[in-house]
Design a binder for this molecule. Structure first.
Ligand code: CP
Length: 320
C-alpha cells in the first residue's frame, strides 16, 4: 500500500496534496476495518504521549483525539486553559516548550487565535496538530467530513456540496472548501450576505444568497451554527429571523435531491440552523461524522508521528 505524507505537522489543508489527503483516508479505512465495533487497541504508538492543549471548549474534537491516541496505544493527557499556568501569565510558547520537556511526543492544539498552531509548530520540534484555530482552520474536521461523504458517494469528483450558515467566521467552512475542492467537489456557500460575503468566490466556490437554489443543487448540505463567540458586531437582526430565512426545516429539506445527505460538524443548535427532526432523520450523517473522527484522527496522529521519527508505518490488515 503506497502512502504519501510529507509533514510532521497538520496546520491547514492548503498545503496538503490530494495524495496526502487520500493517504489519510487509506489509513483511516484500515483502522475502521480492523477496529470494527470491538474497539480493539493497537500498539502503533505504544509508549508515546499525546498532549491535548485545548484552550477553547470542545466535546467532539477533544474526545476523538483522546480516544484516537488511546486506540493507538499512546498515553493521552488533556490540558484546558483554566487548569494550566496560562492563567498565571505563562506564554503559549513556554507552555508548549514545557510540554515538550515533559516528553510529549505530539501536541494537539485548539486555540481561539488564528495562527496559534502554526506559531507553535515553529517553536517546538514535536508534531503539532491543529484542532481548530480561530476562524482559520479545522483540518481534521474537514478530513472526517470528506471521509464520511466517501462512505456514501463513490467519489467526490463532481459532487455538489452546499455549506450553509455562518461562513464568514467558520474555520470548518474554510477547511472544507480547501479539502472538497482538492477532491474535485463543486462547493456552494450559502446564507445571508452579511455572513457569506462575495469575497469567498476567490476560494473557487459559488456564493449564493438564494437558499432554494443552493439546496436544489446539493448532493450534501453541510450546516453551520452561528459562531457568536467570534462575532464582534451584529450580522442579522435576531436568531428567530435568521432561522426564518436560512434555517433548514422540513419544507426546505424537500428542495434537496432525494438522496442528498445532511451534515453538521456540531455542536448543533436545534431549531436554529436545523430542525430537530431533520438532525435525527435518516438523511442525517451527523453522528457518523463524529464516529469517523476517531479513525481519521488516528490516521493523522500516525502519519505525523511516522514522518517525524522516520519510522515505517505498519498498518493493520484490511478485512476482506
Ligand atoms: N466539530 C467540533 O469542532 O466540535 P467541538 O467543538 O465539540 O470539538
Amino acid at each position: 500500500m503506497h502512502l504519501t505524507w510529507n509533514r510532521k505537522d497538520l496546520i491547514s489543508l492548503d498545503l496538503l496534496s490530494k495524495e496526502e489527503i487520500e493517504s489519510v483516508f487509506t489509513v483511516a479505512r484500515a483502522f475502521k476495518a480492523s477496529l470494527g465495533n470491538h474497539k480493539a487497541k493497537t500498539t502503533l504508538l505504544d509508549g508515546r504521549s499525546v498532549v491535548n492543549l485545548f484552550l477553547e471548549p470542545s466535546t467532539r474534537t477533544r474526545l476523538a483525539f483522546e480516544v484516537a491516541a488511546k486506540r493507538l496505544g499512546a498515553d493521552s493527557v488533556t490540558v484546558s486553559a483554566a487548569a494550566s499556568s496560562l492563567t498565571k501569565g505563562e506564554t503559549l510558547r513556554d507552555t508548549a516548550r514545557n510540554m515538550e520537556a515533559l516528553q510529549a511526543d505530539i501536541l494537539i492544539l485548539r486555540h481561539p487565535a488564528s495562527g496559534a498552531p502554526n506559531y507553535l509548530s515553529k517553536v517546538v520540534d514535536i508534531p503539532v496538530v491543529n484542532a481548530g484555530d480561530g476562524s482559520h482552520a479545522h483540518p481534521t474536521q474537514a478530513l472526517l467530513d470528506a471521509f464520511t461523504l466517501l462512505e456514501r458517494f463513490e467519489s467526490l469528483d463532481g459532487l455538489n456540496v452546499t455549506i450553509l450558515g455562518d461562513i464568514l467566521f467558520s474555520r470548518v467552512a474554510r477547511s472544507n472548501i480547501l479539502c472538497l475542492r482538492k477532491l474535485g467537489a463543486t462547493v456552494t456557500v450559502a446564507g445571508p450576505s452579511t455572513l457569506v460575503p462575495n469575497d469567498f468566490a476567490s476560494m473557487g466556490v459559488r456564493v449564493c444568497h438564494d437558499l432554494r437554489s443552493a439546496l436544489e443543487a446539493a448532493d450534501a448540505v453541510m450546516l453551520l451554527r452561528i459562531q457568536h463567540e467570534r462575532q464582534t458586531s451584529t450580522h442579522f437582526p435576531s436568531i428567530g429571523e435568521y432561522t426564518s430565512m436560512f434555517g433548514l426545516n422540513q419544507e426546505r429539506a424537500a428542495w434537496l435531491k432525494p438522496d442528498a445527505v445532511i451534515m453538521h460538524p456540531g455542536p448543533i443548535n436545534r431549531g436554529v440552523e436545523i430542525d430537530s427532526e431533520l438532525a435525527d432523520s435518516n438523511r442525517s450523517v451527523i453522528l457518523q461524522q463524529v464516529t469517523n473522527g476517531i479513525v481519521v484522527r488516528m490516521a493523522v496522529l500516525l502519519l505525523c508521528h511516522s514522518f517525524h521519527t522516520g519510522e515505517a508505518i505498519q498498518l493493520p490488515q484490511l478485512n476482506s
